[in-house]
Ligand binder design. Structure first.
Ligand code: AMP
Ligand code: MG
Length: 280
């Protein structure tokens, strides 16, 4: 396991034990009092990088958010991506499959909406539900969900081979924090719409879910599609850690994108000059 010091990256082939990762963790040099400025700053960088990604049309980005109910998947999308150009961004949420989706292989609905070149795609839940909720509630036989880890790895490798930069974030909250958040939803009137009675039922399966997550993180973290465990009890810290990791990842490609744009500019200019010369 390595860390960019804000969160934990699961190295390919390592066995994850979630109890070793504190959902309350905050890196020592990160201060809540200037977190808002820091996030604004990252948000601006993200916006610039996304512009380069969109212009270069060379890569796509797929950012996957997974986590228990109330772990902050929606909140992350709201806060981290508030500055990016909606034209270059796509969000997809995966709910219970429709009858049509169920009549296909589990990756069918996912593959249909993977981001094309130039686009930053965000998945709120994903193909991983098919080895999480489906496994916990025994919706398919074990032999079926067992083979899905490999199928997911192949699928993600296919996307990576086609220049998709993949980042997967597991928003790690504690059992007590979830209880607090569910209770808040009951008490705060303006959050009452978020109450899902089913979330209290799912909570009973907490340990089964943790185990299913440990397996997904251990078996499906690869060099081309790594899992990150995000300490997510503190919302501001969760947002900062994810934004920082995304910006750092995109920065590695920025020079390539710039070069691509410059080359394209030169080609277009040469073509224009040729046309003008012919028209003389
Ligand atoms: P929410 O994210 O609160 O809108 O809830 C979506 C629900 O859909 C969650 O309870 C997920 O576990 C469930 N869900 C998503 N994908 C699947 C799937 N492949 N099979 C069964 N349930 C799913
Ligand atoms: Mg929910």
């Amino acid at each position: 396991m390595t860390t960019n010091h804000l969160l934990w990256k699961v190295e390919e082939g390592t066995k994850v034990n979630l109890k070793d990762h504190d959902p309350n963790y905050i890196a020592k040099d990160i201060d809540h009092s200037n977190a808002k400025d820091a996030l604004d700053n990252l948000s601006q960088k993200l916006s610039d990088l996304q512009e380069a990604l969109a212009a270069a049309q060379h890569h796509s980005i797929l950012l996957i958010l997974q986590g228990m109910d109330t772990s902050g998947k929606d909140g992350t999308i709201r806060h981290v991506f508030s500055n990016v150009n909606p034209q270059g961004c796509e969000v997809h949420s995966f709910k219970q499959p429709t009858p049509e989706e169920l009549a296909h292989d589990f990756l069918w609905r996912i593959h249909k909406v993977t981001p094309p070149k130039g686009v930053l795609g965000i998945f709120n839940r994903s193909q991983y539900e098919d080895v999480l909720v489906v496994r916990v509630h025994k919706l398919v036989p074990q032999e079926v969900w067992e083979r899905r880890y490999k199928e997911i790895n192949h699928f993600e490798q296919l996307l990576a081979n086609d220049n998709t930069i993949i980042l997967k974030f597991f928003l790690h909250i504690s059992y007590d924090e979830q209880k607090q958040r569910l209770q808040d939803r009951v008490q705060e009137r303006d959050k009452a719409w978020k109450i899902a009675a089913g979330d209290w039922v799912e909570r009973k399966y907490w340990e089964d879910y943790q185990k299913a997550y440990e397996d997904a993180l251990s078996r499906c973290s690869t060099n081309n599609a790594p899992w990150y465990i995000v300490p997510a009890n503190h919302k501001w810290y969760r947002n900062y850690a994810i934004a920082h990791t995304l910006v750092e990842t995109m920065r590695k490609y920025k020079d390539d994108w710039q070069k691509e744009l410059e080359e394209r500019g030169r080609r277009e200019l040469a073509q224009l000059q040729q046309m003008q010369a012919q028209n003389k």
